[in-house]
Design a protein around this ligand. Structure first.
Ligand code: ZN
Length: 414
């Protein structure tokens, strides 16, 4: 009997020690988390109710899968699968992207996992929440919700000293906003060839904030670029549900049959200054009937217009890897010295589709795109080619457009 009592007491002591240890470590963890939570919100709210949840934020490491992340967090396979399955119709968590944040929310009182949050893209967050708790675990309910940004309209004015991009960097303008501005003009201005010292630009852009902190540019609303005295303007306008975009001052869509350059602004913007972003211009007297755009090795080259690939491969006359696109009975374009060709003969391509990558193959001294435009069999200067304007706004939407344009012009002039 005494022996049993002794064993019983030992068991009691062990149990007490274990529960104390569990309490101690559990409490230690919770204290740390709670202190952090309090620090995070202290600045915003002076008197703060005790937080009821603990949030674990995981920045998704490269190469890790949803299953890895769940295992790492200590969630059971069953819970991880139930959450995945509940979300599947709205978002497949197997596609979580490296670098993004995943938030796991736990009930503070018992450390039960109750919610997963994942920012799908710049617009939406996925929530998967425990709706009811049962003996066998929770029922999970998924929701996609727009990120509740606070939007402010900001107006910028600038002047080109070396380049629009350089001006943006020196004046703390978000480079993403400058890229959006340049892209709105990509059918009318070649930012590698056209800019001049003294060019000016103005633009109005929505800026997105979360909890008072700047996050990213939103919609570009209006832009004006004065190039060598010539004024170009773009206005964002929703003509209909299917026709949303930029229109010029005459109410024509800014989109035209050809982009001005085969390399996007974002790839030629950095590291180059006005007049030095191209190697060689179109010049009949030297026989260079093309424009050479300098760009880093591997930069994507895009088709400047819709068409059909008529050549893709090696050209032994010095062009190296080359692609030719036939746009219609009148125009075709050639792109030479590629490091890699990304299309095949016969492929249909859309404007802006990637057809290859910048290289220095054939007779070339450094990485660049040699871009030719051929009209009725003759090589012409693409920058001098006057193309028909884009699709005009419909008559019934004209008044609404003029009203919106006037409002946006007032912003640009502020
Ligand atoms: Zn060339």
């Amino acid at each position: 009997m005494k022996k049993f009592l002794a064993i019983f007491i030992i068991i009691l002591i062990i149990a007490a020690t274990v529960s104390w240890l569990v309490y101690f470590f559990g409490h230690a963890n919770k204290t740390t988390a709670s202190d952090m939570d309090n620090v995070a919100v202290a600045a915003a709210v002076a008197v703060q109710p005790e937080p009821t949840e603990r949030i674990e934020r995981i920045t998704i490491p490269a190469g890790s899968t949803y299953a890895d992340l769940m295992t790492m967090s200590g969630l059971s396979y069953g819970t991880a699968m139930a959450v995945h399955d509940a979300a599947l119709e709205l978002y497949d968590l197997a596609n979580v992207r490296a670098g993004r944040e995943l938030e796991l929310v736990y009930e503070k009182i018992n450390d039960n996992f109750k919610e997963l949050r994942y920012q799908i893209d710049t617009e939406e967050t996925l929530f998967v929440r425990a709706a009811t708790s049962t003996e066998n675990g929770a029922m999970w309910v998924a929701e996609r919700a727009a990120i509740p940004y606070e939007v402010k309209v900001k107006i910028y004015h600038g002047q080109v000293e070396t380049s629009m991009y350089a001006y943006a960097l020196e004046n703390d303008i978000d480079e993403r906003a400058i890229i959006a501005l340049a892209d709105a003009f990509q059918w009318s201005i070649d930012f590698a060839m056209d800019p001049r010292v003294g060019d000016t630009f103005d633009f109005a852009v929505e800026e997105r904030y979360l909890d008072g902190k700047y996050v990213m540019p939103g919609q570009l609303l209006a832009g004006r670029y004065v190039n060598n005295g010539e004024v170009f303007e773009v206005y964002y306008f929703e003509e209909s549900e299917t026709n949303i975009g930029f229109f010029d001052t005459d109410g024509n869509s800014v989109q035209k049959m050809f982009l001005k350059a085969p390399v996007a602004f974002k790839y030629i913007s950095s590291g180059f200054t006005t007049g030095a972003r191209y190697l060689e211009a179109f010049n009949i007297s030297t026989g260079h009937r093309a424009i050479d755009y300098a760009a880093t090795y591997g930069t994507p080259i895009r088709a400047t217009g819709d068409g059909t690939v008529t050549f893709a491969g090696w050209n032994s006359q010095g062009y190296g890897n080359m692609v030719s696109v036939r746009h219609n009975g009148t125009y075709s374009t050639n792109y030479a010295h590629m490091s890699k060709v990304a299309v095949k003969r016969g492929n249909k391509v859309k404007q802006s589709d990637i057809i290859g990558y910048v290289g220095s193959t054939g007779l070339s001294t450094g990485p660049h795109v040699h871009y030719e435009m051929v009209k009725n069999g003759v090589k012409i200067n693409p920058l001098n080619e006057v193309l028909p304007p884009g699709e005009p706004i419909k008559a019934e939407n004209r008044e609404r457009f003029e009203g919106e344009k006037a409002r946006l012009q007032t912003l640009l002039d502020l």
